[in-house]
Design a protein around this ligand. Structure first.
Ligand code: XMP
Length: 505
């Protein structure tokens, strides 16, 4: 087993997912519990994750130095590596930031760093850097900015990397983790296939013959969740779709198709369009917006609870990236509040059922496919729970909602028409809240700028903006300025994640 010490990185859990994917057993511990967990669980290797703290400032989250002297191999990633360096007498400074993809160049590639190429792209996300190595460490890889991007202390079996091997967009990251697990820690690899039958059996076990209300949005996560629950408990599943008016135009039809044709369930649709628009009036801050939407969602579910007093469980399509972004671990930062995570009040009269909570998006898709959901349901692009509200920078008004829906529909249509829709993880239009000047019909127009965002990703944690052909962008731009009322300009967002999140809000 490999023990991951969670210093609060957004990708700490993803390290474990990669190792699980390789067939390695993993466990997690917070730094303050590391020594006791090592004693009881006896890991063959330890990984220090990254984290949001700064070693160069006071708020350092540390660990008992004895962890580094037990003879168990330790790999420090990002903050984890900086902490090793700091604890062993090196220097960490607030300088030479890197956010996003960088070229890493290896001078030599011993053991763990035995990778297919000497130079490749790696994902970086750091403000601090190790500027003086501790005694006994040797630098083996660097980037343009960072001298000690990959280091090794062979004698003590300690390894440090400034980049993130767990990120999907780090080339050979998985090979590096495999090298650490197999060659350095001596793990045997037994990859386990995903198995929906096991999840269905566990739902049957938990739920028995009780009733489950399942919040569905027509999206992949809640659909797979409801589908597996439906397979487990049949007619005792009650899917509920709250129509907020903030979803893509075809969502209504899609939800009806899935939950009456594919799953013969007693679908309940609640029309709450007016309530959502009224609630959002005057709100401009993204987090306030999410909270207001979350609160209304919970109010509506409380109303549903009163009507369905015979239901015991409330099921949600929560997946792991929702959990981590909503401060899902003790030392992590909150990036965005997902109202399905920690948003429910304590007095909701249901037990929560979240069978997808430990899985990532690509795993959820795979589980849905293995369970028998059709490709078009599985492959549809994800859509955020607060819907278009977080794609309208600033206040959501009926007029701006109507604008974003037309612009977004154009982006989707053009991507589908060019055969590119399934090549990207998400593509959409944003009302940016910025205004610019245009000339339309010889008159001056000062109107809103629409942004287009499209990116590739597998697990949501990292992404690269999609290199859409100019001709397709040109078509979208021309259609948006012509077909969407009161738009002056169209821009294309060319920012990777990290640092930029996928949504603008
Ligand atoms: P970000 O913008 O955080 O997006 O990089 C990652 C993924 O999550 C979706 N997203 C949300 N989903 N509630 C949701 O249910 C939210 O508040 C929310 N914010 C972002 C986003 O569309 C992307 O797929």
């Amino acid at each position: 087993m490999i023990l991951i010490i969670d210093f609060g990185s957004q990708t700490a859990h993803l390290i474990g997912r990669r190792l699980r994917q390789l067939g390695v057993e993993v466990a997690y511990a917070y730094p303050e519990d590391a020594l006791s967990t090592i004693k009881t669980q006896k890991p063959k290797g330890i990984i220090f994750s990254g984290g949001p703290n700064d070693i160069s400032h006071d708020a350092t989250l540390s660990i008992d130095t004895r962890v580094l002297t037990l003879g168990i191999p330790v790999l420090g990633i990002c903050y984890g590596w900086q902490l090793i360096a700091y604890l062993l007498g090196g220097t960490v400074e607030h300088s030479k930031k890197e956010f996003g993809p960088e070229d890493i160049i290896f001078d030599t590639q011993p053991g763990i760093f035995s990778l297919p190429k000497k130079q490749f792209t790696a994902i970086m996300s750091h403000g601090d850097t190790v500027t003086k190595l501790p005694k006994g460490f040797m630098a083996v890889g660097h980037t343009k900015q960072v001298a000690y991007a990959a280091v090794i202390n062979k004698h003590k079996n300690l390894y440090g990397i400034q980049f993130h091997p767990e990120a999907d967009h780090t080339q050979y990251g998985l090979v590096l983790l495999k090298n650490f697990a197999k060659a350095v820690c001596g793990e045997t690899l037994n990859p386990l296939a995903l198995d929906p039958k096991k999840i269905i059996a566990s739902i049957m076990d938990t739920v028995g013959n009780k009733k489950v209300i399942c919040a569905v949005s027509g999206g992949v996560d809640s659909t797979v969740t409801a589908y597996l629950i439906g397979k487990a408990i049949g007619k005792n599943l009650i899917p509920v779709y709250v129509d907020s008016g903030l979803m893509r135009p075809e969502t209504d039809r899609r939800v009806k198709y899935i939950f009456t044709k594919l799953i013969h369930a007693n679908l309940i649709i609640i029309d709450a369009k007016r309530r959502y628009l009224d609630t959002l009036k005057g709100i401009t801050d993204p987090e306030e917006k999410r909270k207001a939407i979350g609160k209304l969602y919970i109010d509506i579910f409380n109303e549903i609870a009163k009507k369905h007093a015979d239901a015991t469980f409330l099921a949600q399509g929560t997946i792991f990236s929702d959990v981590i972004e909503s401060k899902g671990s003790k030392h992590a930062s909150k990036i965005k509040s997902h109202h399905n995570v920690g948003g429910l009040p304590d007095n909701v009269p249901f037990q929560l059922l979240e069978p997808m909570r430990e899985y990532y998006k690509d795993e959820v898709r795979e589980l849905g496919k293995l369970a028998g959901l059709p490709e078009d349901v599985i492959n549809q692009q994800p859509f955020p729970g607060p819907g278009y509200a977080v794609r309208i920078r600033g206040e959501v008004t009926e007029k701006r909602l109507a604008q974003v829906i037309i612009a977004d529909t154009i982006v989707l249509e053009e991507m589908k028409c060019a055969g590119l829709y399934e090549n990207v993880f998400q593509c959409f239009a944003v009302m940016t809240g910025a205004f610019s000047t245009a000339v339309k019909g010889d008159g001056r127009v000062f109107a809103e700028v629409v942004g287009i965002r499209a990116f590739e990703s597998r697990d949501i944690m990292t992404s690269r903006w999609a290199h859409i052909p100019y001709e397709v962008l040109e078509k979208m731009s021309s259609r948006i300025v012509n077909e969407v009322p009161n738009v002056s300009r169209v821009v294309y967002d060319i920012t990777t994640k990290p640092p930029a999140t996928m949504e603008w809000e």
